[in-house]
Design a protein around this ligand. Structure first.
Ligand code: ATP
Ligand code: LTN
Length: 336
C-alpha cells in the first residue's frame, strides 16, 4: 500500500547582512542539516529583511551569493530542500502588506529586536525595521510551515507570527497553519567572544567578537585565544558567573557532542590556554572543511543562478496557493 503520510514542513531563513558567523551556524544551519531527511524544508535567503539596515548594494549581492554557497557547503542539499532568495518570490511582499493590516502597533512596539536595532541604528529607524516581524510572519505563513527552526533570539517573532495567524483565522476560517518554533537546546545562543553577555552577531563592528564562517583557520584559533574570560582558571559551566568560559564550552560541546561534565573532566587541572586551544582548533577544523566545499561552489556562478531559478520556482508555486486564498478571503477581486 502506498503511504500517504505527508512530511511536516519546515521554513527558516537568514539575512545576507554579512557573512554568517559561528552563531548562525551552530544556532541555525547545523540543525537544519539534521532535519532535511525527515521534513519538507524551505531555506530562504531573506534579502528583503536585510534592507531594514542600510546595505552597500554590491556587498549585499555578494553576501547573498556567499550565503547560498555556505548553505550548501554546510550540508544542505538543494534538491531535497528548497533554497531560494526571498525577493525572487513576490508573494512575500504581497502577503506582508495584507498582514500589516492585521498587526497592531502596540505588538510591534514590544519587540526587543526592534528596540535593540533602533538603538544601534538611531539615524535610520525606518518603518521596515518596525514591521520586520510582519514580513517574517508572511515568510512562514505563506508555506503553511509546521516548524520554524531558529535561535533563541527569534522566539518573540515566532510568537507574533502565531498571534497574527490566529487572529486572521478567527475572522476568515482556517487559512493559516499555526507554526511552532523549534529552538535547539545546545547552540541556541552563542555569545560574543568579546562581550559574552551579548549574542554573537554577523553585523557587529568588532571582528574579534565573532567567528566568521569564512575566517582563515589561523584567525579562528587566534580569536578564541583572545576571547574574554575570567581570572579563576577553572573550566566550569556557570553562565552567570563565568559567561566567557561557558560560551566556549557551549561551542566545544556543539562540535564534539561532549557534555559539560565531560568537558570539565577533560580540562580538570589544566589552564585556560589549553582549553582555548582545543576549542579554537576544533572550530577551525570543522569550519575549514566547510570552506573547502564553499570555495568550489562560489566559483560556479551558473550553478548558483540555476539553483536560485529553480528554488524560486518551487517556492513560488506553494506561496501562490496561500496568497490566492488570502486575497479571496479579504475580498479582493481575483485577476482572471
Ligand atoms: P544581524 O547581526 O545582521 O542582525 P544575526 O547574525 O543576528 O544578524 P540573523 O540573520 O538575524 O543573524 O539570524 C539567522 C539565524 O541565526 C536565526 O535563526 C538566529 O536565531 C540565528 N542566530 C543568530 N545569531 C545567533 C547566535 N549568536 N547564536 C545562536 N543562533 C543565532
Ligand atoms: N528574522 C530572522 C530571519 C528570518 C526568518 C524568517 C527566520 C526572516 N524570516 C522566517 C525564520 C523564518 C532572523 O534570524 N533574524
Amino acid at each position: 500500500m502506498e503511504t500517504t503520510e505527508q512530511k511536516k514542513r519546515i521554513f527558516s531563513g537568514i539575512q545576507p547582512s554579512g557573512i554568517i558567523t559561528l552563531g548562525n551556524y551552530l544556532g541555525a544551519v547545523k540543525n537544519w542539516v539534521n532535519l532535511q531527511d525527515e521534513y519538507d524544508c524551505l531555506y530562504c535567503i531573506v534579502d528583503m529583511h536585510a534592507l531594514t539596515v542600510r546595505q552597500d548594494p554590491a556587498k549585499l549581492r555578494q553576501n547573498t551569493m556567499s550565503l547560498a554557497a555556505l548553505y550548501i557547503a554546510c550540508g544542505l542539499d538543494p534538491v531535497k530542500n528548497i533554497i531560494y532568495i526571498q525577493s525572487h518570490v513576490p508573494a512575500h511582499a504581497e502577503l506582508s502588506w495584507i498582514l500589516n493590516t492585521f498587526t497592531y502597533m502596540g505588538e510591534l512596539n514590544r519587540m526587543t529586536q526592534f528596540k535593540e536595532k533602533a538603538l544601534k541604528h538611531a539615524d535610520n529607524i525606518n518603518a521596515g525595521l518596525f514591521t520586520y516581524p510582519v514580513l517574517m510572519a508572511a515568510d512562514i505563513l505563506l508555506y503553511q510551515a509546521d516548524l520554524v527552526p531558529v535561535g533563541e533570539d527569534q522566539r518573540q517573532h515566532i510568537e507574533i507570527t502565531r498571534d497574527i495567524a490566529v487572529r486572521f483565522n478567527n475572522i476568515y476560517g482556517d487559512v493559516f497553519k499555526i507554526p511552532t518554533g523549534f529552538i535547539p537546546r545546545a547552540g541556541a545562543r552563542i555569545m560574543s567572544l568579546q562581550e559574552p553577555d551579548k549574542k554573537m552577531s554577523k553585523s557587529s563592528e568588532d571582528a574579534n567578537s565573532y567567528i566568521s564562517m569564512l575566517d582563515d583557520p589561523k584567525v579562528i584559533v587566534n580569536k578564541v585565544k583572545r576571547a574574554v574570560t575570567d581570572s579563576d582558571c577553572v573550566v566550569k559551566y556557570d553562565p552567570e558567573n563565568k559567561p566567557g568560559i561557558s560560551n566556549l564550552m557551549n561551542i566545544y560541546s556543539c562540535f564534539t557532542d561532549k557534555t559539560y561534565e565531560e568537558i570539565e573532566k577533560e580540562f580538570e587541572g589544566k589552564g585556560y590556554g589549553d582549553f582555548k586551544l582545543a576549542v579554537g582548533e576544533c572550530a577551525a577544523d570543522n569550519i575549514s572543511a566547510i570552506q573547502t566545499e564553499y570555495n568550489k561552489i562560489i566559483k560556479d556562478k551558473a550553478y548558483l543562478e540555476e539553483l536560485f531559478r529553480s528554488g524560486a520556482e518551487r517556492a513560488d508555486r506553494i506561496a501562490r496557493k496561500t496568497l490566492s486564498k488570502v486575497q479571496k478571503k479579504v475580498g479582493f477581486v481575483m485577476k482572471q
